[in-house]
Design a protein around this ligand. Structure first.
Ligand code: ADP
Length: 418
C-alpha cells in the first residue's frame, strides 16, 4: 500500500476512495480498522471511521489505531480526510486528530485544505465558501452537531490545536509547486505544523497535489486527493490495475429503501423491463409480508435481476410514519432489507445493488463486509464495488439523490455478469 487514508465518516470515505480510484490507484475501502492484512494489490487504502462527532480523545485514539495499521501495510503517505465544510467544534476533532497524527507519523508539517470545487466548497484567504456564501452563512451555522459559525478556517482550527496554524494564500498556489515548496518551508521554519492552504478550482488542487509529493501527512476534503495519485504514477509506482472490471459472476438483485425523488424515477425506469416486488410497510407491520416471502419471490425470478423496493411517494411515506411512527417504520424496513440480503447472498445471489444511504449501511453490516474494492464509476460518485463473501460479491451502494434514471440497470451490468 502506498497511500493510507483515514476518513472521519463512511460516505466521506467512499467519496475519497472513488476519487483515488479514478486517479488510477487500486483502491480498497475498509469498514473500521481491519483485523487482518490488506490485499496485496491494494495501492490506496481508505479506513472509514465514525469519528466526526465523538469525544476528541476517542477520535484521536481510533485515528491513531488506523494510522498504525496503515503504517504496518507499508504506506508512504497518509491522508486524514474530513468534510469539505470542515465539520468540527471548537473542541475538535480535526485539530486534535491532525496534531496526534503528525506526532505519530513523525511528520513536521501538514496541509489543511477543506476544498471540493465540484460541490462548491472553495477556500480563499483562509475563508471557506459554500457556493457564493461564506460557510457561516450557508446553513452550516445551524448544523445540529457541528455548527460552523466562523468561516475563517485558520482561526477556527486554532481553537482546536496546541500549536499555531499557518496560511498559504491562492497567489502562492497559483505561482506553482516551487513557490509552494518555499512557502511550506517558511512555515516550517516558524515552527508552524498545520497550514491552511487556499484552492478554488481543480487545477489549484492539482498544483497543490504535486507540491505535496513526499509530505508524510496530508489533510483535507476529498478534493485534496485529486492531485496525489499522479505523484505515485510519476514515480513509476502504480501497477495500472485500478478500476478494472470485476470478476463477479452470478444472479443479481436490486434493493431500494430510498424514497428520494431520484430513487422514485430510478425504480419506475427499472420496472419497465424487470420484475418488482413493492414492499408496503403496513404489510411488514401486520406480518402479511416477511423476509421468507420476499426471498421466495426473488428466488422464483433468479436470473431476471428483480427489484424489491419500499420506495414510495412522500404522501405514502408520511402516512406510514403517522400510523406506525417514523423511527419504528424505518427500523422495520431496514431490518427487512438486512435480513433479506443476508438470505439472498447465502443462497447464491452474487450481485447486489442498493438504493439508500441508511439502507446501504444496513446491507453492508448484515453481510458482515469489512473491505470493499473500488471499481469503475457507474454514475458520478457511485463506483462498482467488489467484496469477499464466500467468493467475490459485486455491489453498488447509492445514496438517495445520486445516479441517473437508468442507474439500476447500468449498475446491475457493471458490477458483474450473470
Ligand atoms: P436516502 O439515501 O434516500 O436518504 P435511506 O436508505 O438513507 O435513503 O433512508 C430511507 C429511510 O426511509 C430508511 O430508514 C428506510 O427504512 C425508510 N423507509 C423506506 N421506505 C419507507 C416507506 N415506504 N415508508 C416509510 N419509511 C421508509
Amino acid at each position: 500500500m502506498l497511500l493510507g487514508a483515514i476518513a472521519d465518516d463512511f460516505t466521506g470515505a467512499s467519496d475519497l476512495a472513488n476519487t483515488l480510484a479514478k486517479g488510477g490507484m487500486a483502491t480498497t475501502q475498509f469498514v473500521g480498522v481491519p483485523a487482518s492484512k490488506a490485499p496485496a494489490d491494494c495501492e490506496a487504502g481508505v479506513v472509514a471511521l465514525k469519528t466526526r462527532s465523538i469525544a476528541p480523545e476517542q477520535a484521536v485514539r481510533q485515528s491513531l489505531e488506523a494510522a498504525d495499521w496503515l503504517k504496518a501495510q507499508g504506506c508512504e503517505q497518509f491522508l486524514f480526510k474530513y468534510c469539505s465544510t470542515f465539520d468540527s467544534t471548537p473542541m475538535g476533532n480535526i485539530g486534535p486528530v491532525a496534531e496526534a497524527l503528525l506526532d505519530r507519523l513523525g511528520a513536521d508539517l501538514a496541509v489543511v485544505c477543506p476544498v471540493f470545487p465540484a460541490t462548491g466548497r472553495r477556500l480563499f484567504m483562509g475563508h471557506l465558501f459554500v457556493g457564493d456564501k461564506l460557510l457561516s452563512e450557508s446553513g452550516m451555522e445551524k448544523h445540529p452537531l457541528t455548527p460552523m459559525t466562523d468561516p475563517n478556517i485558520r482561526r477556527w482550527l486554532r481553537l482546536q490545536t496546541r500549536g499555531e496554524v499557518g496560511l498559504i494564500t491562492l497567489d502562492t498556489v497559483r505561482a506553482g509547486p516551487e513557490a509552494l515548496a518555499a512557502a511550506f518551508h517558511a512555515e516550517r521554519r516558524k515552527g508552524v505544523r498545520l497550514v491552511v492552504t487556499d484552492a478554488i478550482v481543480d487545477s489549484d488542487l492539482m498544483v497543490l497535489g504535486a507540491a505535496l509529493a513526499g509530505h508524510r501527512l496530508v489533510t483535507g476534503g476529498s478534493g485534496i486527493a485529486l492531485g496525489l495519485p499522479e505523484n505515485f504514477r510519476r514515480a513509476g509506482k502504480l501497477a495500472g490495475g485500478a478500476g478494472t472490471k470485476s470478476v463477479v459472476k452470478g444472479p443479481a438483485v436490486v434493493l431500494c429503501g430510498s424514497c428520494s425523488t431520484a430513487s422514485q424515477r430510478q425504480v419506475a425506469a427499472y420496472l419497465k423491463s424487470r420484475p418488482g416486488l413493492a414492499l408496503d410497510p403496513a404489510g411488514l407491520m401486520d406480518g402479511s409480508m416477511s423476509i421468507d416471502k420476499a426471498a421466495a419471490w426473488v428466488a422464483a425470478r433468479n436470473g431476471a435481476a428483480p427489484i424489491v423496493y419500499s420506495t414510495a411517494d412522500p404522501a405514502s411515506v408520511a402516512d406510514a410514519q403517522q400510523r406506525f411512527g417514523r423511527a419504528e417504520i424505518a427500523a422495520k424496513v431496514e431490518h427487512f432489507f438486512a435480513g433479506l440480503v443476508r438470505r439472498l447472498a447465502d443462497s447464491g445471489v452474487r450481485r447486489v445493488v442498493v438504493g439508500g444511504g441508511e439502507t446501504s449501511g444496513a446491507v453492508v453490516e448484515a453481510l458482515g463486509l469489512t473491505s470493499l474494492g473500488i471499481g469503475e464509476e457507474i454514475d458520478p460518485g457511485v463506483p462498482a464495488l467488489v467484496a469477499e463473501r464466500n467468493g467475490p460479491l459485486g455491489l453498488a451502494l447509492k445514496s438517495g439523490n445520486f445516479g441517473a434514471d437508468d442507474f439500476f440497470e447500468k449498475a446491475v451490468e457493471r458490477i458483474g455478469t450473470a
